[in-house]
Every structure is written in structure tokens, then in C-alpha cells.
Ligand binder design. Structure first.
Ligand code: ATP
Length: 320
């Protein structure tokens, strides 16, 4: 249903120079580097799958989504979505996919939400009857009725995201590309969006690719994860496989009263040292936190200790 075959996108990177004149010169000079934002990625996604597409900042997630949705042309390799070539048949694809970019709205900023919906209704040639059903349905599940008359720029972030999600569904697409749809939302708004996405996938059989920095999104929604780093796939499997691979990662920051000499400890994946401060990434499935504290207190006298769960990107950077 969605297929990427050695999909690659490279950008020319010109060295950044100070001043407008120098910047212009570097643009026209022959000196540039090639950056492979997406580097020969291949996968097949079946109908009804909910796939988390994750990786650290700059890994190539958005670039992949843009190629799958026909916004960007691949430098090499191919993609097909529902048997459609996104670049050659972009209009036909647009009728069958919905896209949400959490970082920016697809709606008309100064218009009331309803006006944006009506523009989309005309663009997709949706009948009056289907449009009324759409408004009713998405009022029931996303409560869009509460802010239909409000200009998009005056919506809260949570309302804006609900409006964007509803807009992406107006033509009842079978595939959804969601690029960080929960970014910046509070806990309640995130929960609402996740409930909505779950329903779209389970009850309405939508095929969904989701990029996110939020591990809870992945845990609660995705049956499969594709992890990318520096443009390359580093894992394609179940959530269980991801967890088995990374264990139970935790980070311990310890400030000693003087510089110490760390030693190898089983279960410790990585230690970073800046003067007398150590940042220790360890796997709680291999060593417990008290056991680790006991070990490291033999290296010196700790003055301050902090423990935290790492962000998804930290984990991926450490493990891949
Ligand atoms: N138009 C462009 N010109 C040059 N480089 C680009 C362009 N678009 C993206 N890149 C580079 O390609 C790489 C991948 O970017 P991309 O936005 O796909 O990453 P991402 O995984 O979505 O990151 P984030 O999580 O920060 O959104 C980055 O190094 C980025 O700087």
C-alpha cells in the first residue's frame, strides 16, 4: 500500500559565510557539500498499519513524509502510495491522503475555521450532504463545532490541531501522514488527539504514518516502529523489538566534589564527563539504580545526583 524503494533525498549544502555579498558568492561558487537527508530508505507498509516513524532531530523524517506525499522529489529511488507515484500523479494522490504538519497549519490563518473547511469542500468537490455529515461526525469526536466561527490565528494550539486533523479528513482519505501532531500540546489535548487517531486506525481502518518526538505517542498508538538516524533505517520492527533493543534506558547525572576516573560497569551504556560532572546512560533492565549509585560512589564523593528518563532522540542517538 505504501512502498519506499531505496528512497533518497540529497541537498546541496553551501558553506555559510558572513555578510550578504559573501553568502551570494558562496551560492554561485562550485564549493558545496552533498547532504543525504534521506539515504536509500526502503519499507513496505500494509493497509491498516499504524507506523511510528521516529528518529532524532534532522534524521530525515519530514523529508521522507514530503517525498511520500509528493511535496518533494526524490534524488533517487522510488515511492508509491496506494499504487500512485506521488510525484507524477500528485493530484490523484492528494484525493486519497490526508497530511498534518504539527509545526504549521494547513488552514487559512485569518479565516474562520468554517471558511477553510468550505474552501476544502469546494477543492475536493464534496457534496453538501457529505459535508454536513463531516461536520457532524467531527463535532462528535473532535468537538470542532465549538470553534467553527473562530479565525484560525485565534485558536489555542489544541483547537488548531483538532481543526487541522478534521481538515485532513474532510475527503475521507485512506492514508494519513502525520508529522508531529502532538507537538507542544498539554496532556489533555494529547490524550484527545491520541484517542482520535486510535479510532481512525482501529474503527475506520486508516493507514497511518506518524512522526513524533513523544515516546508515549508511540507506545499508545503504534504497532510498528521504523527508526531512522542520519537518513538511514536503523530498526524496522515491533514496539517490543525496539524495547528489547534499548532496554529501560535511564540517565543519571552526578556532580562529584572533584574529577573522578570512571570504570566500566555492566549495564552502563555510555558515560560523558565534563570536569567533575558525569552523565551516565544505563539500562535499568541490567543494573538497578541503587546498585549503580553504590558502584559510582566508590569513584569519589557525589555532591549532587539527578535521575531522569531520556527523550526518545537521546536514546536513539546513544543506541544507534
Ligand atoms: N531544503 C533543505 N535544504 C537543505 N537541507 C535540508 C533541507 N530540508 C532538510 N534539510 C536537512 O536534511 C536533514 C533532514 O531534515 P528533516 O527535516 O527531514 O529531519 P527530521 O527528522 O524531520 O527532523 P526534526 O525532528 O528536527 O523535524 C537535516 O539535516 C536538514 O537540515
Amino acid at each position: 500500500m505504501i512502498e519506499a524503494n531505496q528512497l533518497t533525498k540529497s541537498f546541496k549544502m553551501y558553506p555559510s559565510k558572513r555578510g550578504i555579498l559573501n553568502s551570494m558568492r558562496s551560492l554561485f561558487s562550485a564549493k558545496y557539500e552533498i547532504k543525504h537527508a534521506v539515504d536509500a530508505i526502503s519499507f513496505k507498509i500494509n493497509e491498516g498499519e499504524f507506523v511510528g516513524y521516529i528518529g532524532p532531530n534532522g534524521a530525515g523524517k519530514s523529508t521522507t513524509i514530503k517525498m511520500l506525499s509528493g511535496i518533494l522529489h526524490p534524488s533517487s529511488g522510488t515511492a508509491t502510495v496506494l499504487g500512485i507515484n506521488p510525484q507524477k500523479e500528485r493530484k490523484q494522490l492528494a484525493r486519497n491522503i490526508g497530511i498534518v504538519f504539527g509545526q504549521r497549519t494547513q488552514l487559512w490563518w485569518d479565516l474562520p475555521v468554517k471558511d477553510s473547511f468550505e474552501i476544502l469542500k469546494a477543492m475536493y468537490r464534496i457534496s453538501e450532504q457529505d459535508y454536513r455529515l463531516f461536520l457532524k461526525k467531527y463535532d462528535d469526536i473532535l468537538e470542532i463545532g465549538r470553534f467553527l466561527e473562530t479565525p484560525v490565528r485565534k485558536l489555542s494550539l489544541g483547537q488548531r490541531m483538532r481543526a487541522d486533523l478534521a481538515a485532513a479528513m474532510i475527503h475521507n482519505p485512506s492514508v494519513l501522514f502525520l508529522d508531529e501532531p502532538t507537538i507542544g500540546l498539554d496532556v489533555v489535548a494529547k490524550k484527545n488527539i491520541r484517542e482520535f487517531l486510535k479510532e481512525m486506525n482501529r474503527s475506520h481502518q486508516k493507514t497511518i504514518i506518524l512522526t513524533t518526538h513523544d515516546m508515549d505517542d508511540i507506545e499508545q498508538l503504534c504497532s510498528r516502529v521504523i527508526v531512522i538516524n542520519q537518513g538511514k533505517t536503523v530498526l524496522d520492527g515491533s514496539l517490543e523489538q525496539l524495547k528489547n533493543h534499548i532496554g529501560l534506558p535511564s540517565i543519571l547525572k552526578v556532580l562529584f566534589d572533584e574529577r573522578v576516573n570512571p570504570k566500566n560497569i555492566i549495564g552502563v551504556e555510555k558515560i560523558e564527563q565534563i570536569d567533575s560532572e558525569l552523565t551516565i546512560l544505563y539500562d535499568r533492565s541490567k543494573i538497578t539504580s541503587p546498585a549503580l549509585l553504590q558502584e559510582i560512589s566508590q569513584w569519589g564523593t557525589p555532591k549532587d545526583i539527578q535521575m531522569k528518563e531520556p527523550e526518545i532522540e537521546e536514546v536513539i542517538q546513544y543506541f544507534y
